[in-house]
Design a protein around this ligand. Structure first.
Ligand SMILES: C[S@@+](CC[C@H](N)C(=O)[O-])C[C@H]1O[C@@H](n2cnc3c(N)ncnc32)[C@H](O)[C@@H]1O
Length: 191
């Protein structure tokens, strides 16, 4: 069997979940790699909503999208993902098939600006109540830095408390790598 590394596995899963014309969410735009990938999957008739709190992240993401001529498929929100509910119209939610969170800090940017458990969990609560059955949330959890450990612990308590009738949670993790490698949480909204 061929094992995927975490980020290729995320993109593999997204490619299975998202069809042209769908809507997808990048909850942490960062340097725009995931937003660009989502924009390629949703196609010309689809839509991506991408969020970040840092101007630098939005600039980098805009540049990447323009270079690949897919900027018009994306709504870039200079806002935290805790504002998902406010920023995405109610009638759009049935089309949302997937949301991706790549947690932690902006690679190449200010390492003191990191995702935190409170806003991540607020966003997950919105997704849990707004997503249609069958849609999926992917979270890549980086826990090498101190705030990442705290976010990991609070996130794990939260997902373990969820009712599997509403939402099913799986963890994909390499067990024998050193230095706290990232792991993936896969959350599927059930019927
Ligand atoms: C690891 S990076 C994301 C990498 C990105 N997915 C990519 O493809 O390049 C994490 C990002 O989360 C952003 N962030 C931190 N708190 C946030 C929040 N509440 N809402 C949205 N983004 C946030 C940071 O500014 C940073 O750019």
């Amino acid at each position: 069997m061929k094992y995927y590394d975490i980020l290729p596995f995320v993109h593999h899963l997204l490619s299975q979940l998202i069809q042209p014309g769908d809507t997808a969410i990048d909850a942490t735009a960062g340097n725009g790699h995931d937003t660009l990938y989502l924009a390629s999957l949703v196609g010309e008739k689809g839509r991506v909503h991408s969020f970040d709190i840092q101007e630098q992240a939005l600039t980098n993401t805009t540049q990447k999208l323009q270079e690949h001529e897919v900027y018009s498929r994306v709504n870039l929100h200079h806002a935290g993902h805790e504002q998902l509910k406010k920023k995405i119209d109610q009638e759009e939610w049935p089309q949302v098939k997937a949301a991706i969170f790549n947690l932690g800090y902006l690679p190449g940017g200010d390492k003191s600006i990191v995702t935190t458990a409170d806003t991540t969990i607020t966003a997950l609560q919105t997704l849990k109540s707004s997503l249609s059955p069958g849609s999926v949330i992917l979270l890549v959890v980086y826990h090498g830095h101190e705030e990442g450990k705290q976010e990991r612990d609070e996130l794990m308590s939260y997902v373990q408390s969820l009712n599997p009738v509403d939402i099913q949670v799986a963890k994909y993790e390499f067990m024998n790598q050193t230095n706290n490698p990232p792991f993936l949480l896969i959350m599927e909204r059930k019927g």
